[in-house]
Design a protein around this ligand. Structure first.
Ligand code: ATP
Ligand code: MG
Length: 364
């Protein structure tokens, strides 16, 4: 069988710095485990604009469509702030998501024991926390038509967005949530506002349909999203997988993620349709951005990017044991007290560098 293929797009700012640490781990898999990845590296974002005048070259896009998984660092930075909208670095990422049709965005919120005290929340609320938010990523109010700012009939203006979901859009993201739940705690909670929104009513009905017809063995509950936000903060361990729409997912996933610590710790996966080879189209990236304030200083925490690679092992390459091995190494290193600057209390010790953190994880 062909080697698993990976396209690495390190991007801008701290992207290349954190990706360097991931590449060490990829090399480790080749030399120590005999798992060889067929890796291509290319440009995305501001660096691609500098070279090609576009944030994503067509050849790069074509390669992304061919590989088993794309691993992305971060895009953007102050140097590109004044570019025309059509060539802004973020457009490169949006094009990838759109053309790969990545409709299911997975954001875990997982608490590493060593950091349970670091969070400002009570330890018993977050220790051992391991939940996953599945956010619909390609439809809903961020894309619905009509949209725009129009004159109203009182001499003012009206801003319009349209929340819109089809049966197919809801069912496919629901399936991805149920599939995930089967590999985890076997429990899905679907969140919408069926009490006040038509799209919420359809959402609830279609998620229930997928459950009843295809995944009756998975436990399903429904919750209004406002109550969901409250429950997430009050007692997040009641959840396993949460599935929700684009807008609510945007908010709820940020909220859930920050239960557990720094932006520098948070991975994500964006998945599309399952292809003929049984693998979903997939893009993995840390939740954080290019962090221009610390770029080039060796301060960035590489853990979010390393955990994103672990998600690739699990969801694209069926290497769940190896994913767990990487996650365990991160846990061990944190338990031993290794901290990049973003993980330090105001009063605490000397932080280690990006490279030192990567090397420690590799050693573990
Ligand atoms: P974007 O618009 O790309 O999301 P942003 O400005 O919203 O970017 P980030 O670039 O993620 O957000 O940076 C937000 C803050 O978090 C910055 O102060 C940055 O230094 C910090 N930060 C982000 N990622 C990391 C990391 N991996 N390690 C340490 N600090 C980080
Ligand atoms: Mg941001």
């Amino acid at each position: 069988m062909a080697n698993p293929s990976l396209l690495i797009l390190a991007g801008d700012g701290i992207g290349p710095e954190v990706m360097t640490e991931v590449k060490k781990i990829i090399t480790w898999f080749g030399t120590k485990r005999g798992v060889h990845f067929d890796v291509t590296e290319d440009l995305v974002g501001g660096c691609a604009y500098d070279k090609h005048g576009t944030p994503l070259h067509d050849d790069t896009m074509a390669r992304a469509m061919q590989v088993d998984a794309v691993l992305l660092g971060a895009v953007g930075g102050p140097a590109y702030d004044n570019l025309d909208f059509s060539v802004k670095p973020e457009r490169g990422l949006l094009r990838l998501r759109k053309e790969m049709d990545l409709f299911s965005n997975l954001r875990p919120a997982q608490c590493f024991d060593a950091l349970a005290d670091f969070s400002s929340l009570k330890k018993d609320i977050i220790s051992g926390l391991d939940i996953m938010i599945v956010r619909e990523l390609t439809s809903g109010v961020y894309f619905g038509e009509p949209r725009g700012i129009f004159p109203d009939n009182e001499g003012g203006r009206v801003g319009v967005n349209t929340q819109r979901y089809t049966t197919n859009e809801i069912r496919r993201v629901a399936r991805s949530a149920f599939e995930l739940a089967k590999r985890r705690g076997n429990k899905v909670c679907s969140m919408e506002k069926a009490n006040v929104m038509e799209s919420g009513i359809l959402w609830r009905e279609e998620v229930q349909w997928v459950h009843d017809h295809e995944y009756p063995e998975v436990e399903l509950s429904h919750m209004y999203a406002d109550n969901g936000a409250m429950q997430l903060v009050r007692w997040p361990k009641q959840f396993d997988v949460i599935v929700t729409d684009n807008l609510f997912g945007d908010i709820l996933s940020d909220c859930a993620a920050m239960l557990t610590g720094s932006l520098g710790m948070l991975p994500s996966a964006s998945l599309g349709a399952v292809q003929a080879n049984g693998r979903p189209k997939a893009l993995y990236e840390p939740v954080h951005g290019s962090a221009p304030d610390i770029a080039g200083q060796g301060k960035a925490n590489p853990i979010a990017c390393i955990l994103s690679f672990a998600m690739a092992l699990r969801y694209s390459f069926d290497m769940g044991d190896d994913a767990a091995r990487v996650e365990k190494a991160v846990e061990t290193v944190l338990a031993n007290g290794a901290r990049t600057a973003d993980l330090m209390d105001k009063d605490g010790g000397t932080p280690i560098s990006t490279t030192q953190m990567g090397d420690a994880i590799l050693a573990a």
